[in-house]
Design a protein around this ligand. Structure first.
Ligand code: HEC
Ligand code: HEC
Length: 439
């Protein structure tokens, strides 16, 4: 009798226990907080889009007058120098072609092979159609290539490959993960760049040609730091330019807000014609080459071609939402468990907080358990919490964290587990990864 009584009690207790344990599983739908929706002006968005895609801000002064990219594209046989840049080569170093800019005859010619993709003059023809993403050619009255410049879209747009690899509809804001910026810098007349670093052209080429795709080093010609202390080449993974709604700190190390950085990269890296002042660059310890080159205070003699564009450019960037992952690309029950860990036991949400999954706070290298090399190349000495919405895209990119040091999300979560001593089980780590894939 007693035994029977106890077993009834036991069953009752276990039902209660099971119910408690099952409670979280009652959540059957993953709910991701929505992105910040801003009230934007459609006219300005349209103007900013035009700027983002097509405006060189007069950077032909660098890319044509100094680096002679136009002549490098033409090649020696067409009055330039070197082998020339055929569309085949251009595609192989990650340049993209906007299929929507191609007339039907050109689409046909590429399909049936009657258009020669190994002829640099075909590249010139594509430039004339404004079809090379992020590269803008200007033509004289006789249809000859007169100058070439680059736009924001060079690094921050991709295409959907709908026609073929590298040719498709534009995807603005998506990092061009294939773009080999170093190969482009190795291809132009780069004597002037080598001079800034006080190295010969061969040395310069040996560096930039080894950067690899989807990478760039925006402060190389300001601090001269070619390699990291561990000997690897010092590059940054080109970030996306979408999903910036609600963020106050731009760049991996929090140099400033969006328009500050747009002006920075537009003037100092693209070579656009605009003014730029930041006394933080007047630091001979951190930025000896910037001090030498007077980059902390640039006042161009002519018209500022960047400043009037910044407001609408910002509006366009803020209109670009991070992509949403397909529901079948992650395991929903695991992601639900991962969300609870992210917000609870693993404490990720203490930094990856709010609608952008970023706290708008800078963190010390020690806090996140990485070295201080890149942090110290910026005035802040810190790393900013990156937004995580759309981070699933990086599975096909060049790694996570500023320098791509982790190649998978599992590696990222493993790193946090050991650095923060989170004591997560293997299954819990996998659940967090599924949640990250769902953002
Ligand atoms: C040669 C490639 C290149 C070009 C051209 C370029 N960028 Fe970038 N951009 C980068 C790299 C690399 C970074 C990362 C810098 C860092 O974090 O220190 C970056 C960072 C950014 C960021 C910060 C993103 C974030 O999440 O913090 C924004 C915004 C941005 N770029 C916008 C632009 C705009 C607008 C233009 C045109 C005016 C432009 N970029 C031109 C390579 C480029
Ligand atoms: C102390 C604040 C902090 C905490 C806690 C934190 N992060 Fe981060 N997280 C950062 C910072 C800062 C970076 C940028 C590191 C870099 O760029 O080198 C980052 C980068 C990342 C990235 C890479 C994003 C990208 O675009 O490459 C992922 C993914 C990520 N964190 C996920 C997590 C997860 C999951 C947790 C919890 C296990 C977590 N973080 C906990 C601050 C934090």
């Amino acid at each position: 009798m007693i035994i029977k009584k106890y077993s009834v009690l036991l069953i009752a207790v276990s039902i209660v226990l099971i119910q408690c344990k099952e409670e979280p599983a009652n959540i059957t739908k993953l709910v991701i907080p929505p992105p910040v929706v801003l009230d934007l002006d459609p006219t300005k968005i349209a103007e900013g889009k035009e700027t983002f895609r097509h405006n060189t801000f007069g950077d032909e002064a660098l890319w044509t007058d100094v680096l002679r990219l136009d002549k490098a594209i033409l090649g020696e046989v067409n009055g330039g120098f070197g082998p020339g840049l055929s569309p085949a080569t251009a595609l192989s170093i990650g340049l993209k072609v906007d299929a929507e800019a191609l007339p039907q005859s050109v689409v046909q010619g590429i399909s049936d092979g009657s258009i020669d993709l190994n002829d640099p003059l075909t590249t010139v023809a594509l430039l004339n159609l404004d079809a090379v993403v992020g590269v803008k050619g200007s033509f004289d009255g006789n249809g000859n290539l007169a100058s070439v410049g680059v736009t924001c879209a060079l690094c921050h747009s991709n295409v959907d490959d709908s026609f073929t690899n590298g040719i498709g509809s534009r995807k603005d804001g998506w990092a061009n993960t294939d773009l080999n910026v170093g190969a482009i810098l190795g291809f132009v007349d780069n004597q002037a760049l080598a001079d800034i670093l006080s190295v010969d052209v061969a040395t310069f080429n040996s560096v930039v040609n080894n950067w690899g795709p989807g990478r760039f080093a925006p402060v190389l010609l300001m601090d001269g730091k070619v390699t990291k202390p561990n000997g690897e080449l010092a590059t940054l993974v080109i970030p996306p330019a979408y999903g910036l709604q609600g963020l106050t700190h731009e760049t991996y190390t929090g140099w400033g807000e969006i328009s500050y950085w747009n002006r920075f990269i537009g003037v100092l890296d693209m070579g656009g014609q605009g003014n730029f002042t930041d006394p933080r660059l007047n630091d001979p310890e951190k930025f000896p080459l910037a001090v030498e080159r007077g980059l902390y205070n640039i006042n161009i003699p002519g018209e500022d071609l960047i400043d009037p564009k910044l407001e609408s450019l910002l509006e366009y960037q803020l209109s670009l939402l991070a992509p949403v992952p397909a529901p079948e690309s992650y395991d929903e029950p695991a992601a639900i468990r991962g969300q609870q860990l992210f917000e609870g036991k693993a404490n990720c949400a203490s930094c990856h907080a709010g609608p952008a999954f970023a706290d708008n706070v800078l963190h010390t290298p020690e806090e996140i358990g990485i070295d201080d090399f890149e942090a110290n190349r910026s005035p802040t000495g810190m790393y900013r919490t990156p937004p995580l919405r759309g981070v699933f895209v990086k599975a096909n990119g060049n790694g996570y964290f500023h320098d791509g040091r982790f190649s998978t999300l599992n590696e990222v979560v493993n790193h946090y587990d050991s650095h923060l001593n989170l004591q997560l089980s293997d299954d819990e780590m996998l659940d967090i990864v599924e949640y990250l894939k769902a953002l």
